[in-house]
Design a protein around this ligand. Structure first.
Ligand SMILES: O=C(O)C1=C[C@@H](OP(=O)(O)O)[C@@H](O)[C@H](O)C1
Ligand SMILES: C=C(OP(=O)(O)O)C(=O)O
Length: 407
């Protein structure tokens, strides 16, 4: 399904309720499977969280988690400790290109029985669940934090807990801290000092009875971008958000100040307001917030700004190679982009081509990051349905704030 987004005026004051964070949801769904006594509220309605829920509930021997990276990584660890259970975890064509060797080797070092069903180092994998006795492991921390979170999520159920030594520069650190904070919330003892993380064993669940997932900050990024491209004075209120978030992408509040977007918290909502600015260039290291790179690159392009984004080494192994995808699509619109395998340089553009058809490469964030451009020129988004990976009601919510969308 291809859609056309028409140049439109965003309602001067609008509000949107965004679904729960898929990162928090997928962690808490797994923890609930390990400690089935607490309730969850505001769980993400994303494909990735539905896939996680279904995978944890099924008795099937083959589980297909499609494009869901966190589900693939977290479930690898989960099924490794389900004694007596044999599971093959598989996924989409792209999932079979997303590396998992570092996690598989760490689990094998702990004693797990995991083999590759097709290509070494990549899904699908065959897991024979068993009890893991060892508790010390080292792994490379510079490729994906999801491998580390996967180990942490099962750690309190291992007889001796875990001691993980992280090698190399640690990437996407806020996601590791999110995992540790959620463990902390359910009463599991953890520590993270220098490059060593320890988790104590914990057979029982302690507290609290209900955990509420905060709404998704990566999804909020598209509204920060919309606010940045709107007339001065435009206000967008998003819920349900906290000033002290576990999600690293909440750094948007600081980043978008540079685009003239102020944010104020009121209860559990945040109001974004466009103020005047004249910024010409942005320098940013996004190693702690890789999922908002596309949003920020497109905001800069739409505002005629140049930017240098670094710390993007994880983008090549996400839903698509996001560096190549950004370059290709921004250049179709008339921009100029230079990329390396970990950075992106955008030249200031003074013109944006109309009615360009944006390819989305099975990547929800390509569709959502380019959508705000409709505030400058009419734009076509290919395979618009991809947004359901993290934010199924995205297009309806854009309509509700004044975007004109036709099929
Ligand atoms: O743990 C998580 O929930 C995530 C970690 C990040 O991945 P990497 O650590 O691979 O960068 C992020 O990009 C992904 O969307 C979600
Ligand atoms: C990279 C992402 O997800 P995952 O790695 O979980 O597929 C994302 O949502 O941007």
């Amino acid at each position: 399904m291809q859609i056309t987004l028409q140049k439109s005026d965003v309602v001067k004051q609008s509000s949107v309720q965004i679904t729960g964070s898929k990162s928090e949801s997928n962690r808490l769904l797994l923890l609930k499977a390990l400690y089935p006594v607490f309730n969850l509220e505001n769980v993400s309605n994303s494909d990735d969280s539905n896939l996680m829920t279904n995978a944890l509930a099924t008795n099937s021997e083959v589980i297909d988690i499609h494009h869901a990276g966190t589900a693939m990584r977290f479930l690898t660890a989960f099924f490794a400790i389900q004694e007596g259970r044999d599971v093959t975890l598989t996924g989409s064509k792209r999932m079979k290109e997303r590396p998992i060797k570092i996690l598989v080797e760490a689990l094998q070092d702990l004693g797990a029985d995991i083999r590759y069903a097709e290509n070494e180092g990549y899904p699908p994998i065959k897991i024979k669940g068993k009890k893991l006795i060892k508790n010390k492991v080292s792994l490379a921390a510079n490729v994906s934090s999801q491998y580390i979170s996967a180990l942490l999520l099962i750690a309190s159920k291992l007889e001796n807990g875990i001691e993980i030594t992280l090698e190399g520069e640690i990437t996407s650190v806020p996601y590791i801290k999110m995992t540790l904070s959620l463990l902390d919330e359910i009463g599991v003892e953890t520590s993270f000092e220098r490059n060593v993380i320890r988790v104590q064993p914990s057979a029982n669940y302690h507290q609290p009875a209900t955990l509420t997932v905060e709404s998704d900050w990566s999804s909020a990024s598209y509204y920060f971008s919309i606010a940045a491209l709107s007339e001065v004075g435009t206000e967008i209120t998003l819920s349900s958000y906290k000033e002290n978030s576990l999600q690293g992408d909440s750094v948007l509040v600081e980043i978008y100040k540079q685009f003239g977007v102020s944010s104020s918290f009121n209860g559990n909502s945040i109001t974004l307001k466009k103020e005047a600015t004249v910024l010409e260039h942005l320098n940013l290291d996004l190693k702690n917030a890789p999922d908002i790179a596309q949003t920020i690159a497109v905001t800069c392009f739409a505002l005629g700004m140049s930017c240098d984004l670094v710390g993007l080494h994880t983008l090549k192994i996400k839903e698509t190679d996001r560096l190549v995808a950004l370059k290709t699509e921004i250049e179709k619109l008339g921009g100029e982009v230079e990329i390396t395998d970990k950075s992106l340089h955008l030249k200031a553009a003074n013109n944006i081509k109309e009615l360009v058809s944006i390819g989305t490469y099975n990547d929800h964030r390509m569709a959502m990051a380019f959508a705000p451009l409709a505030l400058r020129v009419p734009i076509i988004i290919e395979d618009a349905i991809v947004v359901s990976k993290s934010y199924p009601t995205f297009w309806d919510d854009l309509k509700s704030i004044g975007f004109k969308i036709t099929k």
